[in-house]
Every structure is written in structure tokens, then in C-alpha cells.
Design a protein around this ligand. Sequence first.
Ligand code: ASP
Length: 326
Amino acid sequence: MKVKLITSLILTMISSQLVICQEKRVQEKWAIAIHGGAGSSASLTDEKKKVYEKHLLAALKIGTDMLASGESSLNAVQAVVVYLEDCPLFNAGKGAVLNIEGIHELDAAIMDGSNLKAGAIAGVRDIKNPIKTARLVMDSTQHVLLIGEGASAFAKSMGEEIVENSYFSTKERVEQINSIKKQKENPDPRGTVGCVALDSKGNLAAATSTGGMSGKKWGRVGDVPIIGAGTYANNNTVAVSGTGHGELWIRRVVAYDISALMEYKGLLLEQAAREVIFNKIDPMGGSGGGIIAVDKSGNISMVFNTQMMNRAWAKASGGYGVGILK
Ligand code: ASP
């Protein structure tokens, strides 16, 4: 009888140990995903692909180094997006697309999943790194979203770097707007940037930055700075950053919808992301797009309905990847 009891006690202890080990295995200490826009792959040569991958990996390294050394997900997503804003390949900061008047108007947002604080700016023409000003809106004002001249005046007052609008231009973006004006096809994939991360304290954060849609009307604001549409983070569920046809992302409240499907319907991250992209966005037509997301356990999802999405990811448990095509 005694032997039986001891044996069953030992078995119980071993099996509870196993459960703990299994939980540990799926609970990532940190995880990160990055996107650099989604769209058509028509103009993607092997050479271009290599250059995009190189910069996505460089951005990823900034984020992984920070998370591995215990930095917050909020600082990591911001630093990654700053790198991508400074890289002329992407449609954010330097390299942003032009609107139909030939002017750059930039949008950006950042969100802290630990307290649901968020900061965003929209339609700015002269702030070198919009994501840094979005962070300042979150940290140093009572507001969530500042626009246009008001946002620029705020950035200046906080010592942010102000540039001429022409700073954002590249030869490719000028050619792109000229061909749109001649009613030709938009030759390039878009290139909005975003980053989502889980840090070792279990905090989630999301950041997104963009020049918007090439050839847009002046004054048009996309999904990126609309919290819940293109950017969202909540420690109870997930951090999401989107890229795509912003009007659809706003109308479908894409990032929040993924979070809500997880919170209220109990869907797993991948199920929720696929439900929103393939069953809600797909039927609406438009030019589509995708999302990157990391949930509170460190699971990563990168779902898109376009031919390509520039993306990269890494997890504390090892493994990282970079991809562009399906
Ligand atoms: N979502 C962005 C916007 O509509 C564009 C993009 O992601 O390509 O402003």
C-alpha cells in the first residue's frame, strides 16, 4: 500500500514536471517579426531580393540584440522601424512614396501592449523619423494622434530632426509617381515597414511607419496611424502591424479584429490572422496586403494575400528567417 502511494506520488511529480517543461518550451522568452511591405512581385529581380533580404536581416539583428539583452519590446520595435525609415528601399521615412501632388506625407504609430498606450502622427511632411515622434506623442502628451503641421510643431519642440520634403525622395519613387500620373501600372511593390515584438518581461509592442499609397490624394490618411487598423498591441492577446490597401484595413479594423478573435472567440493567432486576411479582406477586392503578429506566448504569424511580403522573424528559442515571396 505504502509502496503504491509513493510510486503514484513520484509519477504525479514527474508528470507535473513534464507539463511545466512543455509550457516552458512553448513560452518564448522573446520573439520578433518585421515587415517591409506587401504587394506585387512583378518587378522583383533576384538582385533586388538579395538587397531587401540584407536590410531586413540587418533590421532584425537590431531588434534581436536588444531583446536578447533584456531591452523592452517598445524600444526594440522603435529601433527597428527607425532603421527601416532611414533605409531608402522602403516606403517609410527616406524612400517614402509621393502623393499625386508630388509631395511626401508620412504616417506612423506605436503601441505599448502593457498599458494600451499609443502614439501616432499622420500627414507629416518634414519629420525625419516619424516613428520617434509617434513615440513622443505617446510618452509626452495626453493624446494619441497628431496630424500635419501640429505634429511637426510638436516634433520640433521635442528636438526631433526636421528635414526638407525632398529628403524623402528617391529616383525610384519619382519614376513611380510619374508612371502613375501617365496612368501606367504601379511598377513597384509598396514597402511600408513594421515591427512587432514580445520581450522577456512578457510585454508586447507594435510599430508601423509608411509614406502611404503611391499617388494618394493629399491629406489622405491610411490605416497605419489608426490604432486598431494597421497597428495594435495588447499584452492579453497579440501585437499586430499591417501593410496593404489601407482603406480596407481601416474598414475591417484588421489589427484589432485579430486581437478580438483571440480574446473573445479563443482563436489561436494563426487562425485569427488567416480568418481576417482570407475571409474578411480577400472578398473586399482591392490590392490586398498582409500582417505580421506575435502573441503573448511568442507565436509568430505572417499572413498575406499578395504575391510578396518582405518579412523576417526571430525567437529566443533559436531560429530566424527572412522571406519575400510566398
Ligand atoms: N497600409 C499603407 C497605407 O495604406 C500602405 C502599405 O502598407 O503599403 O497607407
